[in-house]
Design a protein around this ligand. Structure first.
Ligand code: PLP
Length: 454
């Protein structure tokens, strides 16, 4: 039966049999699930026919927007030609090889290899093992510890959830695993106190140096962070942060891992987030925007420094997934990258729609319940505040965010809230009038929050 015509039945079937990721199943039982049936451009439609502007591009991933027939055609061609073959034991497929060439071509000549995975979480597990294997091959087997950040997000596998700094994830399943430590996040608004953003950026970065001293340089393999922390609230670091982190990693001889799963493929107006901040990554997990979410695929971009050791010293890396470099997913990703290049979407974000979005987003700062509105490219974080003059937060930050988010949803805009920060990450093809529509709806949500007097 066509799901558009039988929405309530489908929602009931789903609730009876589908355990959802990151969704309170008890609450869903009372509130019901939304069935998303169709997408076109920046819009999605639920099974009741209601239209929403997707201000979040799915889960930060549908960079080229919904409904691109070119991708469906490329996938169909590849399905008919060769639906599957693996890349174990010295084989590859045409789209896999071409995709490896195309992705690495955007790294400025520094990262000429990629290891394919099916998701960002698998990419995390991959670089985590690779970093340890790299040091062991260089005769430093004690360099195994990895330092990450509180509130960072690197996926849901055991290593991913452990490296992530999400308390509610650590509380389930006895995490983090051994060999992982967390330092603070560069979240000036909440944690900067009386320091200027620049001084706070340095202070937050120097926590890394302190942690390395505590653990001993010979025991530390890598530091990982998202160039702009996404799920942890779109935390845009002060300008001083990344140069200092890069200096510390260089001087202390630990690998710098830039988690590009959200920032990669144009979101910041550069191909990769570390390029925006001007630092060099040794390893960079990618996923999401690599295929714009049309099919699952991820990978780890590997710098020449690490690749040389993996090839010449290690040789056989005993690691891989049945679907690493899956030809159909690779064909979808290849076509996606072709569209991003042909439509100059990265340049569009940098020079045109990004600056337009930045000005529109910033205009929300005049609202009484907004403490700060920040963005880079097409990613934005909006800090809600009970008293903006003193940076005082709402007594129940989660309730504040949920109030705005739900109001937006009722009014046809999908946004995300992380506690008292509203997050936006629309498709890179969003138009100016769609940005205006987004901002107007968010403003409505902010008015609603003010009226709630939380
Ligand atoms: N890394 C970052 C920065 C992410 O935002 C995510 C997912 O949101 C992941 C890794 C995990 O990716 P996946 O959900 O594809 O496993």
């Amino acid at each position: 039966m066509n799901q558009i015509h039988n929405p309530s039945n489908l929602a009931a079937i789903d609730l009876a049999h589908h355990l959802h990721p990151f969704g309170d199943m008890k609450q869903l039982g009372e509130k019901g699930v939304r069935v998303i049936a169709r997408g076109e451009g920046v819009y999605i439609y639920d099974s009741q026919g209601k239209k929403y502007l997707d201000g979040f591009a799915g889960l930060w991933c549908v960079n080229i927007g919904y409904g691109r027939r070119e991708i469906a055609d490329a996938v169909s061609r590849q399905m008919n030609e060769l639906p599957y073959y693996n890349s174990f034991f010295g084989t590859t497929t045409p789209p896999t090889a071409l995709l490896a060439q195309k992705i690495t071509a955007h790294t400025g000549g520094r990262m000429n290899h990629v290891f394919f995975t099916n998701s960002g979480s698998e990419a995390t597990d991959t670089w985590f093992r690779m970093a340890r294997v790299y040091w062991a091959a260089l005769g430093k087997p004690t360099k195994t510890h990895v330092i990450a950040r509180r509130n960072g997000y690197h996926g849901s596998t055991v290593a991913g959830a452990s490296l992530g700094g999400m308390k509610h994830m650590h509380e389930q399943g006895n995490l983090p695993i051994e060999g992982i430590s967390h330092i603070g996040q560069p979240y000036w608004y909440a944690e900067g106190g009386d320091l200027s953003p620049a001084d706070f950026g340095l202070k937050a970065a120097r926590e890394l140096e302190t942690k390395i001293d505590e653990l001993g340089e010979d025991n530390v393999a890598a530091f990982v962070a998202e160039p702009v922390q996404g799920a942890g609230g779109v935390i845009i670091p002060p300008d001083t942060y990344w140069p200092e982190i890069a200096r510390i990693c260089r001087e202390r001889n630990i690998l710098l891992v830039a988690d590009e799963v959200i920032c990669g493929f144009g979101r910041l107006g550069t191909w990769f987030g570390h390029q925006h901040f001007g630092f060099e990554a040794d390893l960079a997990p990618v996923a999401k925007g690599l295929s714009s979410g049309y099919l699952p695929i991820g990978g780890v971009l590997v710098s020449d420094r690490v690749a040389r050791v993996m090839i010449e010293e290690v040789g056989d890396f005993n690691h891989g997934y049945t679907y690493s470099g899956h030809p159909v997913c690779a064909a979808a990703a290849l076509e996606n990258l072709r569209i991003i290049e042909e439509e100059a979407l990265v340049e569009r974000v940098r020079d045109d729609i990004g600056p337009y979005f930045a000005a529109a987003w910033k205009s929300l700062e005049d609202h009484e319940v907004v403490g700060q509105a920040e963005s880079i490219g097409l990613i934005g974080g909006l800090q809600l505040a009970a008293d903006k003059s003193t940076r005082q937060r709402f007594a129940k930050p989660d309730d504040a965010g949920v109030a705005v988010r739900n109001h937006c949803l009722e009014n046809g805009l999908v946004m995300r809230a992380t506690a008292d920060r509203m997050l936006a990450s629309p498709a890179l093809i969003i138009t100016r009038s769609e940005v205006d529509q987004m901002i107007e709806t968010v403003r409505g949500g902010l008015d609603h929050l003010r009226e709630q007097r939380l």
